[in-house]
Design a binder for this molecule. Structure first.
Ligand SMILES: [Zn+2]
Length: 392
């Protein structure tokens, strides 16, 4: 081959490579954009009296990805104010689904509920492509499939960048992993001039103080290889509530543990909200085999059924902190645990603080939810007036 011909072949090969690269970029870019822009409809249930935005308590959040909806369910009668946080970690879908179930079904008859479905909304606009997470998942309902964004543990780097070399938590000064500056369960109580998650936590703290919140409940899920699982983590101000709920539920419905929040581990809801406000705080963990390192195919089926033969094998080898069998940990059981634990917390709360009650109608029991599925509790957005639908 002549030299000039060789040159032409090389240029042609490079051009073909460039076209292929551009095609992959366009394909991926469109997929990322569709995911980030997907809006999840939420039907406002009979208890919802207002839908507010987080920026109403901290104006600089306006226009950011983390200016999330705050659903107000006010009985109009005196009692306690309870804030429920879903989607602190949007790779834990039982958390936003349980919060949404509250919004669509709960009807307080004393006291007030505040609910955030996506506490770290930015983290719900990105998945973990390096770990082959699906972009979406769907919940079956009587009126069709309801489609949701699968998220990540930390905020989208498009919204919070760059990460520091070392993340120094404010105000404790504790040094944490650099990416935890985008993990909202490491940025409480936050600060007004920090990065996105620090500002978001600060906004929620402003709300907690202004609205005189008495109790914050933060929903989570965990891998079975992780020791903090199937449990309630309690700030010391709430340990009596958590202990009674754990004993009652474990004797009557399902096993759930209880532990007290470590005093020197900073940035977490169950530590900082209790320390920096008059509210107390509880965190619930349900089991999510999808997050286990030893899992097999990382797909929507695993996300929703929690069935995985490799995680089961790890269980047989004694490597897990939580049991699993061929039934796995289906989403309706995981959401059911959160909803039943929430109902039990209200019951115990009223025993301990009868002068500040919280009473809520409309929530399904654990058995009903596990039998009928989560979708049975989501209404068709097309069946209600437009002003009774919000978007996440
Ligand atoms: Zn979590």
């Amino acid at each position: 081959m002549k030299k000039s011909e060789q040159g032409k072949t090389l240029i042609a090969a490079k051009a073909a490579g460039l076209v292929a690269w551009a095609a992959v970029m366009v394909f991926a870019g469109v997929a990322f954009r569709q995911h980030r822009a997907w809006k999840e409809p939420v039907v406002l249930g009979p208890g919802v009296t207002a839908v507010r935005s987080l920026h109403e308590w901290f104006a600089p959040l306006k226009g950011t990805e983390n200016d999330c909806n705050v659903y107000v369910l006010d009985s109009g009668l005196p009692g306690s104010t309870i804030l429920v946080l879903g989607g602190t970690h949007p790779e834990e879908p039982a958390t936003n689904l349980a919060a949404e179930l509250l919004v669509e079904n709960a009807k307080p008859t004393s006291g007030k509920l505040l609910v955030a479905i996506h506490t770290n909304r930015s983290a719900s606009t990105v998945t973990r492509p390096g770990e082959a997470y699906p972009q979406f998942y769907s919940i079956k309902t009587a009126w069709g499939q309801k489609k949701y964004r699968m998220g990540d543990r930390s905020a989208n780097p498009l919204d919070s960048w760059p990460d520091p070399e070392t993340y120094v938590h404010y105000p404790s000064g504790q040094m944490l992993a650099y990416m935890d500056i985008r993990n909202i369960n490491r940025t409480w109580p936050g600060r007004p001039n920090g990065l996105l998650c620090e500002r978001t936590s600060y906004g929620f703290m402003q709300m907690i103080r202004k609205e005189k919140v008495d109790l914050v409940i933060d929903y989570h899920e965990a891998e079975l290889e992780y020791p903090v699982i199937g449990t309630i983590v309690a700030h010391q101000k709430a340990q009596e509530v958590a202990a009674m709920v754990s004993m009652d539920l474990s004797a009557s419905q399902f096993r759930i543990g209880m532990e007290v929040s470590p005093r020197t581990l900073h940035g977490l809801t169950h530590r900082e909200i209790g320390d920096f406000s008059d509210a107390t705080a509880l965190l619930f963990e349900s089991p999510e085999p999808f997050l286990d390192r030893v899992r097999g195919a990382t797909n929507e089926a695993l996300l929703l059924t929690g069935v995985d033969e490799f995680v089961q094998r790890a269980g047989k080898a004694g490597l897990l902190y939580w049991p699993i069998d061929e039934k796995g940990w289906p989403i309706e059981v995981r959401v059911g645990r959160h909803i039943a634990t929430t109902s039990k917390v209200f019951e115990v709360w009223n025993l301990l603080y009868p002068e500040k009650p919280i009473a809520v109608d409309g929530l399904p029991g654990y058995g009903d939810l596990a039998a009928k599925g989560v979708g049975a509790y989501f209404a068709d957005p097309a069946s209600v007036a437009k002003d009774r639908v919000a978007f996440e």
